[in-house]
Ligand binder design. Structure first.
Ligand code: AHR
Length: 633
């Protein structure tokens, strides 16, 4: 190729915050991922409404040792730890002949990972109705209990009121399959809640901190912003708040006030992606992480219109006003003085200095444009009246084009909105063919935040197509001011969406080709575009094989026994989702069969609510690389 750069000419400035990351708690990205907590279901709040396979004892196994006996029961009654942490574990100890009775926890990936020589902080809230108290031995052992990975922590639980007990382990061996055992002696009722094991060696040594290898991989990207906490996660589910009178008040919209303050007082919630979210990684931790990696925090709040297949809008004006007030309070939490109500909470949590919030997203992928904009306008008016310096980001729905997308954009343009969030997950061919997408955008209209995009696989070709596309983003840096690949993280044992940028299990993580492309661009952001053009040799058109477009929101929420076969008989995708993560649980309940219709892989059974599988990249035999090489200039 010949690339001619016009060094004397000046193209648009590239924004200081051009590239960032989008963090959503999907694929166990928070609990079981970036959040360093090693105990799964630490507060016994897993409910079938979070995921049909759950019980209060998910990840816990009752254990009778050395002739011990008893029962282990999750209980939700008036003896609870507090109104937000409603279920606890009741151990009825009946060790009349000696021995111990208790439970063990298996962590997130069928084992707790430990590293020899590293220290791990254990804590538990407990109470005992036994006069003289109950001896409780906590240990790190293998599944059989035969091998110990650290000296045990011995506690004496005294009194029938909730108290926090703590200890520290030093691992004597490295393993990825330990269990945390808690064994009580004697007889009586021992109640346990908030059983926690956190490595001392978290990212930047933060308490209640982040898993180091994952945080370091994100930091190595040098992102200039962190968009959080989602995604579909943000505004789906019930739009009401926490209802202490109902343990089943689940799947409520993500509300930042649920996620701050002491961890044992944070309500858990049903995550849109089919599991429980503890909020141990909450808004304070997100702000702190952004600051720790030198990135701008970019929260997204629910707009009281659901997207992601749910398509509802609340007409409850009082509820809407409460959410608007919550948003104003969020800005105060981030930026307010320490003598303001929410600034004081930030200071109490350890950060008196402001977090310096400058950008805020309202809503995510609403596909009811009119309803969305009516509510967005109220958020915007209230925020602008009190905090005119904040850049408020609107959105454009889930599509990259079409009538709803156009309606969103028309509304945003007419109202002079600052910035519009766009999302798309398309084939690599699409990314190559649409390098010029932003060339024709109105230079005087709202700026673009490309908040989510990915070509639909983690193969090298996908990564290259994204790299090619990013040259188009930079060429249009006067319009595209922020961009983030999505999703960021995936736990290999708990996948709701692929592709993803960084993959991990309980003790290892590895980056994708797509990650390397992001890193290359993020670590080398220019100040200004230098106009250039390229000419290249002709590369023979060839079929592009592999990769299917299952990565769209609805299909990845819930599907069962899916297999997809190419026209030549090649099996492209098969999964029975036997791990139960997404199986059958979803507001969309999207099960069905898939077949090839007009060259696209399509869900064809009657129950399908959406037809979202795209296979444009299976046999793109007419694809012409020469043409694309010219367009990249
Ligand atoms: O990134 C995964 C999902 O894709 C997000 O939750 C949603 O915004 C989009 O549909």
């Amino acid at each position: 190729y010949t690339i001619t750069a016009h060094a004397g000419e000046s193209g648009p400035e590239i924004s200081d915050t051009m590239y960032g990351v989008f963090f959503e708690d999907i694929n166990y990205a928070a609990d079981g991922g970036l959040y360093a907590e090693l105990v799964r279901n630490r507060s016994f709040e897993f409910l079938p409404v979070d995921n049909r396979s759950y019980t209060g004892l998910t990840a816990w196994t009752p254990r009778a040792v050395g002739g011990g006996a008893g029962t282990a029961t999750p209980v939700n009654d008036g003896s609870r730890l507090n109104e937000r942490n409603r279920t606890y574990l009741q151990l009825s100890l009946a060790n009349t002949g000696g021995g111990t009775y208790g439970v063990s926890n298996s962590g997130w990936n069928n084992g707790v990972a430990l590293e020899a020589g590293k220290r791990y902080d254990f804590s538990v809230w407990a109470r005992s109705d036994t006069a003289g108290g109950t001896p409780l031995t906590v240990s790190l052992r293998d599944e059989t209990g035969a091998t110990a990975y650290a000296d045990p922590v011995r506690l004496q639980v005294n009194g029938d009121t909730w108290k926090k007990y703590a200890g520290t382990f030093t691992a004597s061996a490295t393993t990825d399959s330990a269990r945390l055992w808690l064994q009580g002696e004697g007889v009586g009722t021992l109640r346990l809640d908030m059983v926690s094991l956190l490595p001392e060696d978290t990212f930047m040594g933060r308490e209640n901190g982040l898993r180091k290898d994952l945080a370091e991989k994100i930091a190595a990207l040098k992102p200039e912003f962190v968009r959080f906490p989602g995604g579909c996660l943000v505004n789906t589910g019930s739009m009401s708040g926490y209802d202490a009178s109902s343990a089943w008040q689940r799947a409520r919209a993500y509300q930042w006030k649920d996620t701050v303050g002491p961890v044992e007082e944070r309500a858990t919630n049903a995550n849109f992606w089919g599991y429980n979210q503890s909020y141990g990684l909450g808004y304070f931790e997100y702000f702190q992480f952004a600051e720790d990696i030198g990135a701008m925090p970019l929260p997204v709040v629910p707009a009281l219109v659901t997207g992601c297949g749910q398509n509802r809008a609340t007409d409850d004006e009082a509820l809407l006003q409460r959410h608007i007030q919550d948003t104003l309070d969020l800005i105060e939490f981030a930026n307010g003085p320490v003598d303001s109500e929410w600034g004081a909470l930030r200071a109490k949590m350890g950060h008196p200095e402001p977090f310096g919030l400058t950008h805020l997203g309202v809503g995510n992928e609403e596909n009811l444009p009119a309803e969305f904009f009516e509510r967005f306008a109220k958020f915007r008016a209230a925020i602008e009246a009190r905090y005119p310096e904040i850049t408020i980001i609107s959105n454009s729905g889930p599509d990259d084009q079409g009538a709803l997308f156009d309606q969103h954009w028309a509304q945003n343009r007419a109202a002079g909105v600052d910035m519009v969030d766009e999302h798309y997950y398309n084939s690599p061919t699409w990314f190559l063919q649409n390098n010029d997408r932003y060339d024709s955008y109105d230079r005087n209209g709202p700026k673009v935040f490309l908040g989510e995009y990915a070509s639909q696989d983690n193969k090298l070709f996908n990564a290259l197509s994204e790299a090619a596309y990013m040259t188009g983003l930079e060429r249009n840096a006067d319009v595209v001011r922020l961009a983030s690949y999505a999703p960021l993280l995936a736990n290999v044992d708990h996948v709701q969406w692929r592709p993803d940028m960084i993959w991990f299990d309980n003790d290892q993580s590895w980056s994708s080709a797509n990650y390397q492309v992001q890193k290359l661009f993020m670590n080398n952001v220019g100040d200004r575009v230098v106009p250039s053009e390229a000419s290249g040799k002709v590369i023979e058109p060839k079929p592009i094989t592999g990769g299917i477009g299952l990565s769209t929101w609805a299909t990845s929420v819930a599907y069962d026994d899916v297999s997809v076969t190419a026209p030549d008989g090649t099996e492209l995708f098969a999964d029975d989702f036997a791990d139960g993560d997404a199986e059958g649980w979803s507001p969309l309940a999207n099960r069905g069969t898939w077949s090839v219709v007009d060259g696209a892989y399509t869900q064809t059974d009657a129950t399908a609510q959406d037809t979202l599988v795209r296979a444009a990249n299976i046999t793109a035999s007419d694809y012409d690389l020469e043409l694309e090489a010219k367009k990249l200039a």
